[in-house]
Design a protein around this ligand. Structure first.
Ligand SMILES: *Cc1c(COP(=O)(O)O)cnc(C)c1O
Length: 486
């Protein structure tokens, strides 16, 4: 053999090793052992929620990292240590789910199968499974058979896509071919997720194109102001195409009055979009679905399954009241992908999605549905929202804790409070408390600014979080609140 042939031979050997089913089996078993221990340690709180490191320190660590034993399990173990542990019931911070282990396993399964989903041939089973799952969601929303939709990669992308559809449907001229020179706008509560603002700017609407409606003392849109803001926009020759309702808004977990928005949109012939990224999953909750009253009137709805439906990231439903609207967004010809550019072809997903290649996301949801039934989603959402009420109840019993508002969901905002301190002093103290908690690592909560006041924000994502944990957290907040901050 020549030198070159030897090199090629060795490389091929490496490839054989990488693709060997025996290696997969061995490492796979070890990985499952490691993750089972992670779940168990987290649930028993034997490991902290996180081992906080400053960003640059973390970067140095991984830049200089040497995997001496070349064992991926060693690497995974190290990553666990330096990660946030969402399965620890003291994780009550951002709206990221503690994924159901079975859903995570089906993610592993689909990662290996890797059917690409853009067209039917490249994901026959998963394409049909997605359609079946989407039909279930359509029924739950109350759209029934007329509705349709698909699964896409995250709420941010789904909100953008919904607003692109709104633009295509409401503005009758052929934007896709000719562009547009009208000034267009979307109306949304000032408490909405920033991605709605970003979507409008991506579409070229500019600052004038995002009309923020003030909120009342419950942090929800003052829908009685819609008419006034609409008239003002008309006068400035800005054409409003849609109103976005938050269900709920991210900071406070409070729901806009969807019925009122629906009525306004129907009167003015506007697109009604619901950003239900966080709380859309409540369509499954017998006890809390009333929070989504009017959802079936929305032209489009976004629901993140990786928030309140126990799925690992990412997995988002983008649903449309009228099936044909879901085909209106993109009208591109890609003859090498689909059979005819003018037909619906539900089975050729890329006709409707922003993505071309996309993950087999429907499979993880379908797996839970088939194994446990939809009742599990009712239980999950109901349990988490009940826990939100419980945290609020316990907080109200404390002299030095103040709620931002009575919560409606599993998002609860509260702050340390003493009447003798100014709001400025209180803001400092609350930021101090939250920063101490982050660095200590026993709990994870976040903070938010409401009417210029710093609040701590807890989102109860783990079904194993208990009242006892809330009591411990509130004790800690009160204790740190008394400490001198400077
Ligand atoms: C989380 C959230 C989003 C963003 O969704 P991603 O899946 O994180 O992209 C949008 N809107 C609301 C109301 C949210 O809570």
């Amino acid at each position: 053999m020549t030198f070159l042939e030897v090199i090629i031979y060795i490389m091929k050997d490496k490839l054989k090793e990488i693709y060997s089913s025996e290696n997969f089996k061995e490492t796979g078993h070890e990985l499952v052992e490691l993750l089972a221990k992670y779940i168990s340690d987290s649930e028993k709180q034997d490991i902290p929620v996180n081992n906080y490191m400053e960003p640059n320190e973390q970067l140095e660590y991984w830049r200089n990292y040497k995997l001496d034993d070349k064992n991926p399990i060693t690497l995974f173990q190290d990553i666990i240590e330096k990660s946030i542990h969402i399965h620890n019931p003291k994780y009550i911070g951002h709206q990221v789910s503690a994924p159901a282990p079975l859903a995570a396993l089906s993610n592993l399964f689909t990662a290996l199968m890797n059917n690409s989903m853009a067209i039917y041939e490249m994901g026959p089973a998963s394409t049909a499974i997605e359609k079946a799952v989407v039909e279930e969601i359509s029924n739950k929303i109350g759209y029934g058979e007329k509705g349709d939709g698909y699964i896409t990669s995250g709420g941010t992308l789904a909100n953008l896509t919904a607003l692109l559809a709104a633009r295509a449907v409401i503005v009758k001229s052929d934007i896709w071919e000719t562009g547009y020179n009208e000034k267009l706008a979307v109306m949304v509560s000032e408490e909405a997720h920033y991605c709605v603002d970003r979507a409008c700017r991506i579409m070229g609407f500019g600052t004038d194109g995002i009309i923020k409606i003030p909120v009342g003392d419950k942090f929800t849109m003052k829908t009685e102001l819609l008419g006034e803001y609409f008239a003002k926009a008309e006068k400035e020759e800005i054409r409003v195409i849609a109103v976005v309702g938050s269900a709920p808004s991210t900071s406070t977990g409070m729901h806009d009055d969807l019925e009122a928005i629906a009525e306004f949109c129907s009167e003015k012939k506007l697109w009604f979009h619901i950003d239900g990224a966080h709380g859309g999953g409540a369509i499954y909750s017998k006890k809390y679905k009333h929070l989504l009253k009017g959802i079936e009137k929305a032209d489009s709805v976004v629901i993140d399954a990786h928030k309140m439906l126990m799925m690992p990231s990412l997995m988002t439903f983008l649903m449309f009241k009228n099936k044909m609207d879901s085909y209106a967004t993109f009208s591109q010809k890609a003859q090498y992908l689909w059979e005819s550019s003018d037909e619906e072809e539900w089975y050729n997903m890329a006709k409707r999605t922003f993505e071309c290649t996309k993950q087999m996301m429907g499979v993880k949801f379908y797996t839970l549905l088939k194994v446990y039934g939809e009742e599990v989603f009712n239980q999950f959402v109901t349990n988490q929202y009940d826990l939100g009420q419980e945290l609020a109840r316990l907080a109200k019993m404390r002299n030095n804790i103040q709620l931002a508002t009575e919560p409606e969901s599993n998002i609860v905002c509260f702050r340390y409070f003493e009447p003798k301190f100014s709001n400025q002093e209180l803001n400092q103290r609350n930021s101090y408390i939250r920063s101490k908690i982050l660095r200590k690592g026993d709990f994870y909560i976040v903070q938010t600014l409401l009417n210029d006041l710093v609040y701590m924000r807890a989102t109860i994502m783990n079904p194993l979080t208990t009242s006892l944990i809330f009591e411990e957290l509130l004790d800690e907040v009160e204790k740190l609140g008394c400490e001198k901050t400077s």
